[in-house]
Design a binder for this molecule. Structure first.
Ligand code: SF4
Ligand code: SF4
Length: 452
């Protein structure tokens, strides 16, 4: 059970003056127009890609899914035939696959969940919330917030099982997290110099750095809470049971943006997420209103720079009960698998994704105050940073130039594969060895944003 919030005079004053800051309800609530059904993870582009690379034609999962989603088969088959992530990185692909292999180990059910200790440590909810957030930061999180776990953000069924891999819940298993009342959202900064290279390979390293840290911290945090005698589960890449973006919004980390990412005051779009859910009584943080809905209405930089046209330039439209900027996940994901990275041009060109200097913190505060000056700030960003016509920054010296054609790196140690199924002589129905790292996308939360 969560505690009630105490009265906070500064939050109340900020709300009265409409300054960016804490607010009573998440900003998506003003865009709610109907019931929000729970999302089936099997319908995400990532889970559908798994049907091709792990299950394959003729398997019951493949047949059943496309029997009722025939309209998706053509695009999914096209994407499955593309080069894939890290395919243009040459031998640098091993940096990526090394992190992915470690994340997979931390994504097994035995790592993300477990039995709580038999006796409970009793703690005031405010004190408990302080401890879990500060502990998360000590072990590597850049942002940590606590909020309610709304059941509408819990997946209805499992879609990522690595092909029903041993140690993972099977494809289609119903998800039940009703006993968990609170969520702890964790944010991890993507290094600015790597982000600026988008859409080239270094940005993929920035992405997996965030997810690697997210896996490491969320697994330890959940374990800490279980040691205190409460149920707790880590949610990170390959084993999310919740939609990380709306959960992070509820926990006060930021707001949903036009680009479909969580946009934070501290890091803009350059942040990756992990979550821990629990039944431990925790005091909840207020969500934030940073003025992002108003800013994104005036700014279309991400949409104008998007090479696949996946981000809408117009107004919000209704999607599963929420008015939002509905991005085209299939167009975006197709571009990823063609270019060989998770692109991230939208993220790199966003005016909020800036280094954490005093100047940029001041600008973020100004940008969050609703008004016509927000349009001027968009113009200023285009003029001073060139964000209106995005160009990648320099590649870090240690990264090789991209290969012009998709390539396979030199062989990794015996028993491992740097390019996963694309390197295998076996059809994609073959179950990967337990220790085989596969090069694949880790960026789940982008398209699991509010009801997408
Ligand atoms: S990641 Fe690239 S393709 Fe996808 S929405 Fe962003 S800019 Fe567009
Ligand atoms: S680039 Fe502009 S419109 Fe896109 S998410 Fe950032 S602030 Fe919003």
């Amino acid at each position: 059970m969560a505690s009630t919030r105490e009265f906070r005079p500064r939050s109340a004053l900020a709300r009265l003056l409409r300054l960016p800051g804490r607010t009573a309800v998440p900003t998506y609530e003003t865009d709610r127009v109907g019931e929000v059904p729970r999302r089936d993870e099997r319908e995400t582009v990532f889970a559908r890609h798994d049907l091709h690379r792990y299950f394959g034609k003729g398997t019951p999962e493949f047949t059943e899914y496309y029997g009722s989603h025939q309209d998706q088969l053509e695009i999914d088959t096209e994407i499955a035939g593309m080069p894939g992530l890290a395919s243009r990185a040459g031998d640098d692909a091993h940096m990526y696959s090394a992190v992915i292999a470690s994340i997979r180990t931390l994504a097994a059910d035995s790592a993300v969940d477990g039995e709580p200790a038999p006796s409970r440590v009793e703690m005031a909810p405010a004190r408990a919330a302080l401890k879990v957030k500060e502990f998360a930061k000590v072990i590597g999180a850049d942002l940590a917030g606590v909020g309610p776990l709304r059941q509408e953000w819990v997946h209805s069924h499992v879609g990522r099982s690595l092909g029903n891999h041993e140690g993972f819940e099977r494809w289609g298993t119903p998800v039940d997290l009703r006993s968990h009342t609170s969520a702890i959202a964790l944010g991890f900064r993507m290094p600015d110099d790597l982000v600026r290279s988008a859409p080239e390979f270094p940005v993929l390293l920035a992405t997996v750095r965030g997810y690697g840290l997210g896996a490491w911290v969320s697994v330890q945090l959940a374990r800490y809470i279980r040691h205190l005698g409460y149920s707790a589960r880590a949610h990170h890449v390959y084993n999310y049971r919740v939609l990380a973006v709306p959960v992070a919004v509820d926990c006060g980390l930021g707001e949903l943006s036009r680009a479909g990412f969580l946009l934070t005051r501290e890091m803009g779009l350059g942040v990756r997420l992990a979550v821990v859910t629990t039944d431990m009584p925790l005091e909840h943080d207020d969500p934030v209103d940073l003025g992002i809905q108003s800013f994104c209405e005036r700014c279309r930089i991400c949409a104008e720079n998007c090479p696949s046209g996946a981000i809408p330039t117009g107004a919000k439209t209704e999607s599963n009960g929420i008015m939002k900027w509905q991005m085209d996940a299939e167009s975006c994901y197709r571009f990823w698998n063609n270019v060989g990275t998770d692109c991230s041009i939208c993220l790199a060109s966003c005016p909020w994704t800036k280094p954490a200097t005093r100047f940029h913190r001041l600008m973020a505060t100004l940008a969050g105050i609703r008004g016509p000056h927000q349009s001027l700030m968009v113009l200023g960003d285009k003029l001073f940073y060139g964000s209106g016509g995005y160009r990648p920054g320099p590649r870090p010296e240690f990264i090789d130039a991209p290969t012009s054609n998709p390539s396979t790196p030199t062989p990794p140690p015996a028993g491992e594969s740097a390019t996963g199924e694309s390197e295998s002589a076996e059809p994609p129905t073959a179950e990967p060895p337990a220790d085989e790292p596969t090069v694949e996308e880790p960026a789940d939360e982008r398209r699991t944003s509010v009801t997408s």
